[in-house]
Design a protein around this ligand. Structure first.
Ligand code: 13P
Length: 259
């Protein structure tokens, strides 16, 4: 990958860990990572909403250069949306990255491309960075519809977003069949679909945006497979679920370049 695209390794904790457990995890993770690691890669953690304030306090108090992220948000600033969290609330907690359109939200909570697009714009409007997720199901893959699905999601999610804004974003390619299943896309497959995401961005937002946008692979990433996945020239990072709950394993993933 070009030197100007700093690799980004993100831990999506999903619906795991109380705020007390979250504090322990970031502390253990901070012992395992060094200044050199933070210089070489951006490390983001995405705890559940109830843990954000506690994690933020630990990161600030101990000056840990890990970057705080969230897993989801609503696009409105405030209003009668019981149970939802607004981008304003996240920005006030120093959240820098927000996942939008994770496949679990799309599949289990019926999030549409239109919602994902609204969230991407709202996250950017509040000066945070979206990590917009795209990816195909097993059925779609077997029917050779991966390309159409991923292109469609990229195009719809980025509709109305400027080229400069896209350049600063992260897009995560997460094949749904590889999430939490122990099945990982082969490095070639991951590279090929990340390249497809980049080519789609080139078509919709131009070569500069495509050259700058960072693209992650997600789906059963472990310390053992991270180096070969990250070797793909269009793979700029990993979005890690299960393995991010183990501080030593996640630290080894973040240090993929030395393993
Ligand atoms: P796993 O790493 O557990 O497969 O999860 C991937 C994911 O969904 C990250 O957002």
């Amino acid at each position: 990958m070009p030197d100007d695209r700093k690799p980004i390794i993100s831990g999506n904790w999903k619906m795991h860990l109380t705020h007390l457990e979250a504090i322990q995890l970031v502390q253990k993770l901070s012992y395992a990572l060094t200044r050199d690691d933070y210089e070489a890669v951006d490390v983001t953690v995405h705890p559940p909403f109830t843990d954000l304030r506690s994690v933020q306090t630990v990161l600030d108090a101990d000056r840990i250069p890990m970057i705080l992220g969230a897993q989801h948000c609503h696009w409105e600033e405030k209003g009668a949306y019981t149970g939802e969290i607004s981008p304003v609330m996240l920005a006030k907690l120093n959240v820098r990255y927000v996942i939008a359109g994770h496949s679990e939200r799309r599949e289990l909570f019926s999030e549409t491309d239109d919602w994902v697009n609204k969230k991407v714009k709202a996250i950017i409007a509040h000066e945070m960075t979206p990590i917009m997720c795209v990816g195909e199901t097993l059925d779609e893959r077997e029917a050779e519809r991966t390309q159409a699905k991923v292109e469609g999601q990229v195009q719809a999610g980025l509709d109305g977003v400027t080229a400069e804004q896209v350049a600063a974003m992260v897009i995560a390619y997460e094949p749904i069949w590889a999430i939490g299943t122990g099945r990982t896309a082969t490095p070639d497959d991951a590279q090929q679909t990340c390249a497809l995401v980049r080519a789609t961005v080139a078509r919709t937002h131009g070569a500069d945006a495509a050259g700058a946008v960072r693209i992650q692979y997600g789906g059963s990433v472990k310390a053992a497979n991270a180096p070969e996945l990250m070797a793909g020239p269009d793979v700029d990072g990993c979005l890690v679920g299960g393995a991010s709950l183990d501080p030593d394993e996640f630290a080894r993933i973040a240090r993929y370049r030395t393993t």
